[in-house]
Write a protein that binds this ligand. Structure first.
Ligand code: FES
Length: 317
């Protein structure tokens, strides 16, 4: 855990503020790679995940950007309304579940709205290391396009393009067309709001899986207080010991297992990194992850975010 000072807050675009965070004693901050994020303990007791958007070699500060979401779960509202320059914020991280792959011949970077934040750091890193990339940044309007100025030289040389759809995705980037023909050695990275993610996922379904990388921004670990399952809860059975552990309707399997005194490795606790993957041999979990394919879901579960709707789920543990 780090406690950082908010050195400045900047208006970046309509509804978007960036927060520059520094060590209160002026010390250098821990290293990170492009694609990393901080878990920020937001006023009001919430924890929210925000990508680091400045270049990784700038170690005197971190920068996160936050889109005000009046109909969201309150984290971004609190950042906009309750955080002031000079305040201290507790953060965990940096963590990185969205790193650049080594050895790509070319990288396609796709950003939708506030999803530009990790993509921007990736672009900086690729640019600095002289690697080939193209960047497509999709927003509603120019006024809602944070950090567009930082793309100016890439826009000028054709490596970056801004696409404004005016609120109708049919007028924006043709993602399916762009991703129709994957080239060998090309890696794809995308981040944006749910509709954008779905469009990119469908358009890249025929790409080699190891070349497709994405991050659902705003993804947070389900907590005991978040929405419950459709059922009354159930139990997990640990096949090797026969032990039965009850899982409440608002509990993840990992929470229940830990409550029962069993430690199991986890990392992101948000259904993105696979650290908590477990094979199951009976019953059906409620999957809540972002990474397993439908085929994988028939046999494996990411227990940090999955729940048991009702009945028993038998884990290969
Ligand atoms: S801990 Fe990362 S997917 Fe579960």
């Amino acid at each position: 855990m780090l406690t950082l000072r908010v050195r400045s807050i900047t208006y970046e675009a309509e509804g978007i503020l960036s927060f520059e965070l520094v060590d209160p004693e002026g010390r250098e901050l821990p290293a990170f790679d492009a694609g990393a994020h901080l878990d920020v303990h937001v006023p009001g007791g919430m924890t929210r995940r925000y990508s680091l958007c400045d270049p990784p070699w700038e170690r005197d500060h971190y920068r996160i950007a936050v889109l005000d979401a009046p109909d969201g779960r309150g984290g971004s509202r609190a950042m906009h309304q309750r955080v002031r320059a000079g305040d201290l914020l507790d953060v965990s991280g940096p963590h990185n579940f969205f790193p650049l792959a080594a050895g790509a011949r070319h990288s396609v970077l796709l950003a939708g709205g506030i999803g530009i934040t990790p993509i921007l750091a990736m672009m900086e890193q690729l640019r600095r290391t002289g690697q080939s990339f193209e960047l497509h940044y999709c927003t509603r309007t120019r006024e809602r396009s944070a950090f567009a100025d930082r793309l100016a030289s890439e826009v000028a040389d054709g490596r970056a393009r801004l696409h404004h759809d005016g609120g109708d995705p049919r007028n924006g980037l043709d993602i399916a067309g762009l991703l129709r023909s994957p080239r060998e050695g090309t890696h794809l990275y995308y981040c944006g709001p749910p509709g954008f993610m779905k469009a990119a996922q469908e358009a890249a379904a025929h790409w080699p899986p190891e070349t497709v990388h994405f991050e659902h921004f705003g993804a947070i670990p389900p907590s005991a207080g978040s929405a419950a399952t459709a059922g009354d809860g159930g139990e997990v059975v640990l096949e090797r010991s026969g032990r039965r552990i009850p899982v409440g309707p608002a509990q993840t399997i990992l929470q229940a297992v830990r409550e029962a005194g069993i430690d199991y490795p986890s990392s992101c606790e948000a259904g993105m990194c696979r650290t908590c993957e477990v094979r199951y041999v009976g019953g059906r979990p409620e999957h809540n992850d972002f990474v397993l394919s439908e085929e994988e879901r028939q046999t494996h579960v990411l227990i940090c975010c999955a729940r048991v709707g009702d009945g028993a789920l038998v884990l290969d543990l």
